[in-house]
Design a protein around this ligand. Sequence first.
Ligand code: RET
Length: 275
Amino acid sequence: MTAEPATPFAPILQATQPEVAEQIANNFLLSSSLWVNVALAGASILLFVQMGRKLQTERAKLIWVAALLVPLVSISSYLALISGLTVSLQTMPAGHALAGQEVLSPWGRYLTWTLSTPMILIALGLLAGTDRTKLFTVVTMDVAMCVTGLAAALVTSSVLLRWAFFGVSCAFFVVVLYVLLAEWPAEAQAAGTADIFGTLRTLTVVLWLGYPILWALGAEGIAVLGVGLTSWGYSALDIVAKYVFAFLLLNWVADNEGVVSETGSSLSGATPADD
Ligand code: RET
Protein backbone atom coordinates (compact mmCIF):
# COMPACT_ATOMS: atom_id res chain seq x y z
CA MET A 1 0.00 0.00 0.00
CA THR A 2 1.36 3.42 -0.91
CA ALA A 3 1.37 6.05 1.81
CA GLU A 4 -0.92 9.05 1.38
CA PRO A 5 0.90 12.39 1.03
CA ALA A 6 0.63 14.29 4.32
CA THR A 7 -1.10 17.33 2.80
CA PRO A 8 -2.52 16.22 -0.53
CA PHE A 9 -4.25 19.51 -1.41
CA ALA A 10 -1.85 22.05 0.04
CA PRO A 11 0.19 22.70 -3.12
CA ILE A 12 -2.96 23.29 -5.16
CA LEU A 13 -4.92 25.44 -2.75
CA GLN A 14 -2.28 27.45 -0.95
CA ALA A 15 1.43 28.18 -1.02
CA THR A 16 3.12 27.12 2.18
CA GLN A 17 4.81 29.65 4.46
CA PRO A 18 8.36 28.58 3.44
CA GLU A 19 7.38 28.96 -0.24
CA VAL A 20 6.04 32.45 0.34
CA ALA A 21 9.15 33.37 2.36
CA GLU A 22 11.32 32.11 -0.48
CA GLN A 23 9.43 34.19 -3.03
CA ILE A 24 9.95 37.26 -0.85
CA ALA A 25 13.66 36.51 -0.39
CA ASN A 26 14.10 36.05 -4.16
CA ASN A 27 12.51 39.42 -4.90
CA PHE A 28 15.30 41.90 -4.07
CA LEU A 29 13.11 45.00 -4.31
CA LEU A 30 10.55 43.50 -1.95
CA SER A 31 12.93 42.00 0.60
CA SER A 32 15.16 45.09 0.75
CA SER A 33 12.09 47.24 1.44
CA LEU A 34 11.34 45.04 4.45
CA TRP A 35 14.84 44.60 5.87
CA VAL A 36 15.56 48.37 5.74
CA ASN A 37 12.63 48.90 8.07
CA VAL A 38 13.72 46.16 10.47
CA ALA A 39 17.09 47.93 10.78
CA LEU A 40 15.58 51.40 11.16
CA ALA A 41 12.93 50.24 13.63
CA GLY A 42 15.64 48.56 15.73
CA ALA A 43 17.81 51.70 15.73
CA SER A 44 14.76 53.85 16.58
CA ILE A 45 13.85 51.65 19.55
CA LEU A 46 17.34 52.02 21.04
CA LEU A 47 17.37 55.78 20.40
CA PHE A 48 13.86 56.41 21.74
CA VAL A 49 14.48 54.42 24.94
CA GLN A 50 17.49 56.64 25.54
CA MET A 51 15.58 59.86 24.70
CA GLY A 52 12.79 59.17 27.17
CA ARG A 53 14.81 58.03 30.14
CA LYS A 54 14.84 61.39 31.91
CA LEU A 55 11.15 62.21 31.53
CA GLN A 56 9.39 62.77 34.86
CA THR A 57 5.78 63.76 34.30
CA GLU A 58 2.91 61.43 33.54
CA ARG A 59 1.73 63.02 30.28
CA ALA A 60 5.25 63.24 28.86
CA LYS A 61 5.85 59.59 29.75
CA LEU A 62 2.57 58.60 28.12
CA ILE A 63 3.59 60.34 24.87
CA TRP A 64 6.95 58.58 25.13
CA VAL A 65 5.39 55.11 25.51
CA ALA A 66 3.04 55.77 22.59
CA ALA A 67 5.96 56.95 20.42
CA LEU A 68 8.14 54.00 21.48
CA LEU A 69 5.39 51.53 20.59
CA VAL A 70 5.49 52.73 16.98
CA PRO A 71 8.90 51.15 16.11
CA LEU A 72 8.18 48.22 18.45
CA VAL A 73 5.06 47.33 16.47
CA SER A 74 6.92 48.08 13.26
CA ILE A 75 9.80 45.68 13.86
CA SER A 76 7.33 42.89 14.69
CA SER A 77 5.29 43.73 11.60
CA TYR A 78 8.26 43.66 9.25
CA LEU A 79 9.63 40.41 10.71
CA ALA A 80 6.21 38.82 10.22
CA LEU A 81 6.24 39.94 6.58
CA ILE A 82 9.77 38.66 5.95
CA SER A 83 8.92 35.26 7.46
CA GLY A 84 5.91 34.89 5.17
CA LEU A 85 3.62 34.65 8.20
CA THR A 86 1.50 37.63 7.12
CA VAL A 87 1.91 37.40 3.33
CA SER A 88 -0.35 35.33 1.06
CA LEU A 89 -0.49 34.38 -2.58
CA GLN A 90 -3.89 35.51 -3.81
CA THR A 91 -5.72 34.82 -7.04
CA MET A 92 -7.23 38.12 -8.13
CA PRO A 93 -10.92 38.19 -9.15
CA ALA A 94 -12.32 38.87 -12.62
CA GLY A 95 -12.20 42.55 -13.47
CA HIS A 96 -8.90 43.10 -11.63
CA ALA A 97 -5.89 44.11 -13.75
CA LEU A 98 -4.17 40.88 -12.68
CA ALA A 99 -7.33 38.71 -12.86
CA GLY A 100 -6.60 35.02 -12.47
CA GLN A 101 -2.95 35.61 -11.57
CA GLU A 102 -1.28 34.71 -8.30
CA VAL A 103 -0.23 37.90 -6.53
CA LEU A 104 1.83 38.25 -3.35
CA SER A 105 -0.29 40.15 -0.84
CA PRO A 106 1.55 41.50 2.22
CA TRP A 107 -1.70 41.90 4.16
CA GLY A 108 0.16 41.95 7.49
CA ARG A 109 0.91 45.62 6.88
CA TYR A 110 -2.77 46.54 7.16
CA LEU A 111 -3.19 44.35 10.20
CA THR A 112 -0.31 45.90 12.14
CA TRP A 113 -1.36 49.44 11.18
CA THR A 114 -4.34 48.82 13.48
CA LEU A 115 -1.80 48.84 16.32
CA SER A 116 0.75 51.41 15.16
CA THR A 117 -1.45 54.20 13.76
CA PRO A 118 -3.50 54.59 16.98
CA MET A 119 -0.19 55.15 18.83
CA ILE A 120 0.69 57.98 16.45
CA LEU A 121 -2.74 59.54 16.94
CA ILE A 122 -2.68 59.12 20.73
CA ALA A 123 0.71 60.85 20.86
CA LEU A 124 -0.61 63.71 18.68
CA GLY A 125 -3.82 64.00 20.71
CA LEU A 126 -1.91 64.15 23.99
CA LEU A 127 0.34 66.81 22.51
CA ALA A 128 -2.69 68.87 21.48
CA GLY A 129 -4.26 68.36 24.91
CA THR A 130 -7.48 66.92 23.52
CA ASP A 131 -10.31 65.31 25.47
CA ARG A 132 -11.28 61.64 25.81
CA THR A 133 -14.20 61.85 23.39
CA LYS A 134 -12.11 63.14 20.51
CA LEU A 135 -9.29 60.73 21.25
CA PHE A 136 -11.73 57.81 21.38
CA THR A 137 -13.34 58.95 18.12
CA VAL A 138 -10.10 59.34 16.24
CA VAL A 139 -8.64 56.03 17.45
CA THR A 140 -11.75 53.96 16.72
CA MET A 141 -12.21 55.54 13.28
CA ASP A 142 -8.55 54.90 12.55
CA VAL A 143 -8.78 51.23 13.60
CA ALA A 144 -11.90 50.89 11.43
CA MET A 145 -9.95 52.44 8.54
CA CYS A 146 -7.20 49.83 8.89
CA VAL A 147 -9.52 46.85 9.34
CA THR A 148 -11.63 47.77 6.30
CA GLY A 149 -8.39 48.40 4.37
CA LEU A 150 -7.34 44.87 5.35
CA ALA A 151 -10.71 43.56 4.11
CA ALA A 152 -10.23 45.42 0.81
CA ALA A 153 -6.92 43.64 0.33
CA LEU A 154 -8.17 40.18 1.36
CA VAL A 155 -11.41 40.00 -0.65
CA THR A 156 -10.82 37.81 -3.71
CA SER A 157 -14.43 37.03 -4.62
CA SER A 158 -15.28 40.34 -6.28
CA VAL A 159 -13.30 43.29 -7.55
CA LEU A 160 -16.26 45.56 -6.83
CA LEU A 161 -16.33 44.55 -3.18
CA ARG A 162 -12.59 45.20 -2.91
CA TRP A 163 -13.23 48.80 -4.01
CA ALA A 164 -16.32 49.02 -1.80
CA PHE A 165 -14.15 48.24 1.24
CA PHE A 166 -11.58 50.72 -0.05
CA GLY A 167 -14.32 53.39 -0.18
CA VAL A 168 -15.51 52.58 3.35
CA SER A 169 -11.94 52.75 4.61
CA CYS A 170 -11.52 56.18 2.97
CA ALA A 171 -14.69 57.39 4.72
CA PHE A 172 -13.18 56.47 8.12
CA PHE A 173 -9.97 58.17 7.04
CA VAL A 174 -11.88 61.42 6.35
CA VAL A 175 -12.97 61.51 10.00
CA VAL A 176 -9.36 61.12 11.14
CA LEU A 177 -8.28 63.91 8.79
CA TYR A 178 -11.13 66.12 10.01
CA VAL A 179 -10.03 65.83 13.64
CA LEU A 180 -6.37 66.42 12.72
CA LEU A 181 -7.12 69.45 10.53
CA ALA A 182 -10.20 71.04 12.08
CA GLU A 183 -10.36 70.07 15.77
CA TRP A 184 -6.91 69.62 17.23
CA PRO A 185 -5.11 72.73 15.90
CA ALA A 186 -7.21 75.06 18.09
CA GLU A 187 -6.66 72.82 21.12
CA ALA A 188 -2.92 72.78 20.48
CA GLN A 189 -2.99 76.59 20.25
CA ALA A 190 -4.63 76.78 23.68
CA ALA A 191 -2.16 74.24 25.07
CA GLY A 192 0.90 76.15 23.86
CA THR A 193 2.02 73.31 21.60
CA ALA A 194 0.81 74.82 18.30
CA ASP A 195 4.23 74.99 16.59
CA ILE A 196 5.32 71.39 17.04
CA PHE A 197 1.76 70.16 16.63
CA GLY A 198 1.48 72.05 13.32
CA THR A 199 4.71 70.51 12.01
CA LEU A 200 3.74 66.97 13.00
CA ARG A 201 0.15 67.34 11.80
CA THR A 202 1.28 68.50 8.34
CA LEU A 203 3.82 65.69 8.14
CA THR A 204 1.17 63.17 9.19
CA VAL A 205 -1.61 64.39 6.89
CA VAL A 206 0.63 64.62 3.79
CA LEU A 207 2.28 61.22 4.33
CA TRP A 208 -0.87 59.38 5.37
CA LEU A 209 -2.56 60.54 2.14
CA GLY A 210 0.16 58.61 0.31
CA TYR A 211 -1.02 55.23 1.71
CA PRO A 212 -4.43 55.01 -0.02
CA ILE A 213 -2.86 56.39 -3.21
CA LEU A 214 -0.26 53.60 -3.14
CA TRP A 215 -2.93 51.02 -2.37
CA ALA A 216 -4.94 52.18 -5.39
CA LEU A 217 -1.92 52.21 -7.73
CA GLY A 218 -0.32 49.00 -6.43
CA ALA A 219 -1.07 45.34 -7.06
CA GLU A 220 -4.04 45.47 -4.65
CA GLY A 221 -5.69 48.20 -6.75
CA ILE A 222 -5.23 48.99 -10.46
CA ALA A 223 -1.77 47.37 -10.50
CA VAL A 224 0.24 50.01 -12.34
CA LEU A 225 2.93 49.48 -9.67
CA GLY A 226 4.42 46.05 -9.02
CA VAL A 227 4.55 44.36 -5.61
CA GLY A 228 8.20 45.36 -4.94
CA LEU A 229 7.74 49.00 -5.87
CA THR A 230 4.52 49.29 -3.87
CA SER A 231 6.27 47.77 -0.88
CA TRP A 232 9.12 50.28 -1.20
CA GLY A 233 6.53 53.05 -1.37
CA TYR A 234 4.97 51.95 1.92
CA SER A 235 8.38 51.43 3.48
CA ALA A 236 9.54 54.93 2.48
CA LEU A 237 6.33 56.48 3.84
CA ASP A 238 6.74 54.43 7.04
CA ILE A 239 10.28 55.70 7.59
CA VAL A 240 9.13 59.32 7.76
CA ALA A 241 5.59 58.80 9.13
CA LYS A 242 6.89 56.63 11.98
CA TYR A 243 10.54 57.04 12.88
CA VAL A 244 11.12 60.66 11.81
CA PHE A 245 7.73 61.62 13.27
CA ALA A 246 8.42 59.95 16.62
CA PHE A 247 11.96 61.36 16.76
CA LEU A 248 10.76 64.95 16.21
CA LEU A 249 8.04 64.47 18.81
CA LEU A 250 10.27 62.94 21.48
CA ASN A 251 12.98 65.50 20.88
CA TRP A 252 10.48 68.29 21.46
CA VAL A 253 8.91 66.64 24.50
CA ALA A 254 12.33 66.12 26.11
CA ASP A 255 13.07 69.86 25.75
CA ASN A 256 9.58 71.09 26.69
CA GLU A 257 8.37 68.70 29.36
CA GLY A 258 6.94 71.58 31.41
CA VAL A 259 4.63 72.66 28.59
CA VAL A 260 3.39 69.11 28.02
CA SER A 261 2.69 68.41 31.68
CA GLU A 262 0.50 71.52 32.00
CA THR A 263 -1.44 70.68 28.84
CA GLY A 264 -5.19 69.81 28.92
CA SER A 265 -6.42 68.23 32.12
CA SER A 266 -9.50 66.59 30.59
CA LEU A 267 -7.75 63.29 29.92
CA SER A 268 -6.11 62.85 33.25
CA GLY A 269 -7.66 60.70 35.88
CA ALA A 270 -10.67 60.85 38.11
CA THR A 271 -12.34 63.77 39.82
CA PRO A 272 -13.92 63.30 43.26
CA ALA A 273 -17.32 63.05 41.56
CA ASP A 274 -16.17 60.06 39.51
CA ASP A 275 -16.54 57.47 42.23
C1 RET B 1 -5.58 51.94 3.11
C2 RET B 1 -6.45 51.36 1.97
C3 RET B 1 -7.85 51.69 2.06
C4 RET B 1 -8.10 53.18 2.11
C5 RET B 1 -7.20 53.90 3.08
C6 RET B 1 -6.01 53.35 3.53
C7 RET B 1 -5.22 54.18 4.45
C8 RET B 1 -4.13 53.85 5.12
C9 RET B 1 -3.34 54.70 5.96
C10 RET B 1 -2.29 54.12 6.57
C11 RET B 1 -1.34 54.72 7.42
C12 RET B 1 -0.37 53.95 7.91
C13 RET B 1 0.69 54.36 8.76
C14 RET B 1 1.40 53.34 9.31
C15 RET B 1 2.42 53.50 10.26
O1 RET B 1 2.70 52.57 10.99
C16 RET B 1 -5.67 50.98 4.29
C17 RET B 1 -4.19 51.93 2.52
C18 RET B 1 -7.66 55.27 3.49
C19 RET B 1 -3.65 56.14 6.11
C20 RET B 1 0.96 55.76 9.06
